[in-house]
Design a protein around this ligand. Structure first.
Ligand SMILES: [Zn+2]
Length: 218
C-alpha cells in the first residue's frame, strides 16, 4: 500500500477525496450508493445496479484494479482512494436503501430538536454524538474478536450491501416514530438507542472488510 501513497499521506485524510470530485466528475456520482427500494426483500443487481453503475459494482471493479500488478501506480492509487471511501459508503445503511426519498435525502426529521435530513442523521450526526472519531475507532477496533473478523471478511460485496439494506429496513426506517402525515418525525433518545449499535457494528464491519480487501496485494 505504501507504494501508492506519497510520503506522509494518511489514508484517513484522503477518504473524502471521492466526495470532492463528485461535481467535477459527474460520471462518479452514482458510484456512492445503490438504491434498493425499502419494500424489496434485498439486492437484485440486475434491477438495482443497471449498467454496473453503483457502489457494489464499483467496489468490485476497484478491488480488481487494486490487485492488478500490471496496473499503473496512478490507477492503483485511485483505486485505493475509491475503495477506502466506497467501502465506508456501502456500510452506511442509507447508501443501500431508498424509500422514494433519495436515500433519506428528501426526508426531514428533527434529531434532538434540530431539523435535518434523515440521510444526514446517519451520515454524520449519530456518529458525531458517539464522541471523538479517533477514540471511538480505537475502542471499536479493540472490540473485534478474531471470530468476528473471520465471519465479517467472508461473503460477497453483494452480501454486505444486503446487510446494510436490512439495517435500513429494520432500524433506519423501521424505528421511525409514527408521524401524522406532513409532520416531521421527532427523533431522540429512543431512536438513538436503537441506532447506535447499528452505527458501531457497521463501522467495525467496514474496517474489517476494507482491511481484507487492501491486504489482497498483487
Ligand atoms: Zn460517498
Amino acid at each position: 500500500m505504501s507504494a501508492t501513497l506519497r510520503p506522509r499521506e494518511a489514508i484517513a485524510a484522503l477518504a473524502s477525496w471521492p466526495d470532492e470530485i463528485r461535481l467535477r466528475r459527474k460520471d462518479t456520482e452514482p458510484w456512492h450508493f445503490v438504491n434498493i427500494e425499502i419494500t424489496r426483500s434485498g439486492l437484485d443487481m440486475t434491477r438495482d445496479c443497471s449498467h454496473n453503475n453503483c457502489v457494489v459494482a464499483k467496489i468490485t471493479d476497484f478491488r480488481k484494479l487494486w490487485r492488478d500488478g500490471n496496473a499503473s501506480r496512478r490507477a492503483r492509487r485511485e483505486a485505493l482512494l475509491f475503495l477506502v471511501h466506497f467501502v465506508g459508503d456501502l456500510h452506511e445503511p442509507l447508501h443501500c436503501a431508498d424509500n422514494h426519498d433519495r436515500g433519506g435525502n428528501n426526508l426531514h426529521v428533527a434529531f434532538f430538536g434540530e431539523v435535518m435530513t434523515l440521510h444526514k442523521v446517519w451520515d454524520a450526526d449519530l456518529l458525531n454524538r458517539l464522541g471523538a472519531e479517533d477514540a471511538l475507532f480505537r475502542t471499536l477496533s479493540r472490540a473485534i474478536t478474531p471470530d468476528k473478523r473471520t465471519e465479517w471478511s467472508a461473503g460477497t460485496i453483494e452480501d454486505w450491501a444486503g446487510e446494510s439494506f436490512r439495517a435500513a429496513k429494520d432500524v433506519v426506517y423501521g424505528d421511525l416514530p409514527d408521524t401524522p402525515h406532513g409532520g416531521i418525525p421527532q427523533l431522540g433518545e429512543a431512536y438513538e438507542r436503537a441506532a447506535d449499535p447499528v452505527v458501531e457494528q457497521q463501522i467495525e464491519k467496514a474496517g474489517v472488510r476494507l482491511a481484507a480487501i487492501l491486504n489482497e496485494t498483487p
